[in-house]
Design a binder for this molecule. Structure first.
Ligand code: PEP
Length: 253
């Protein structure tokens, strides 16, 4: 069975102390994860070691970065490389969140470079894709998301692709309280799996976890994650509230 994942994206929220408290509160629930389940916490860079230390000892709980730079090393003041992240013992990194694409102009080509650097450093990219509202309204979301995958992922070998987690996040559903319906999520996830199968074969496509993101809450996670092609969620707002994220972790298949 492919991995079922509850991934928290804290974005630029919480102080160090608040972050530590949140992890403590979540871990106190002592939710046991099976070998096929993971809880991943994408925290701000300065909190990575704290999060890693907090989570060490809890099986299948991991810390993740939220971004890395698309260059290996050098004179890029303020940036953080995949190698630096790996040197902390962190093995996950969110790549291509829609906020990065929008506010930092990250193109599919730049994201392909980031994916490569993550894989070179044994970091699993949690690769985000998803369409804006006007694309959804025009009904062209499938081809829009397909281009994102083709241009950022389809240069990878089958072996490399299997290191990737995909997060489908319709932009109109992120932070808006407007969740995609279970049918809309399942339809897109099934489509993504079909194009992965066309490119890499069904056996490989069936191993790739595809998370849904966009206003996942404690009260809708169960239904969303119950869809056959939805393998968990990437969660923003609700991941900042311990009781809510605990419920979301418990909703994993
Ligand atoms: C996100 O940050 O990726 C996200 C989906 O946010 P929210 O859950 O708040 O919509």
């Amino acid at each position: 069975m492919r991995k079922q994942i509850a991934a928290a994206n804290w974005k630029m929220n919480l102080t160090y102390q608040q972050g530590e408290q949140l992890l403590d509160d979540i871990l106190r629930a002592e939710i046991t994860l099976s070998d096929d389940q993971q809880a991943i916490f994408a925290v701000p860079f300065p909190y990575l070691l704290m999060a890693k230390n907090e989570l060490t000892g809890s099986k299948n709980y991991f810390a993740s970065a939220q971004n890395c730079y698309n260059k290996k090393a050098g004179a890029f003041t303020g940036e953080v490389s995949a190698e630096m992240i790996q040197s902390l013992g962190i093995n996950y990194c969110v790549i291509g969140h829609s906020e990065r694409r929008e506010y930092f102009n990250e193109s599919n080509q730049v994201l392909a470079e980031k994916v490569n650097l993550c894989l070179d450093n044994k970091i699993t990219p949690i690769f985000c894709c998803g369409e804006p509202l006007q694309v959804r309204e025009a009904g062209t979301q499938n081809s829009f998301v397909e281009v994102q995958l083709r241009e950022s992922l389809f240069h990878l070998s089958a072996e490399q692709l299997q290191q990737i987690v995909i997060a489908y996040e319709p932009i109109w559903a992120i932070g808006t309280g407007k969740t995609a319906t279970t049918e809309q999520a399942q339809e897109m996830h099934a489509y993504l799996r079909t194009i992965l199968a066309d490119q890499y074969g069904k056996d490989i496509a069936d191993t790739i976890s595809i998370l849904y993101g966009g206003s996942v809450k404690a009260n809708n996670a169960n239904e969303l994650f119950g869809s056959p092609d939805v393998d968990g969620g990437l969660v923003g707002g609700a991941s900042l509230i311990a009781a809510d994220f605990i419920q979301i972790i418990k909703s994993l298949k």
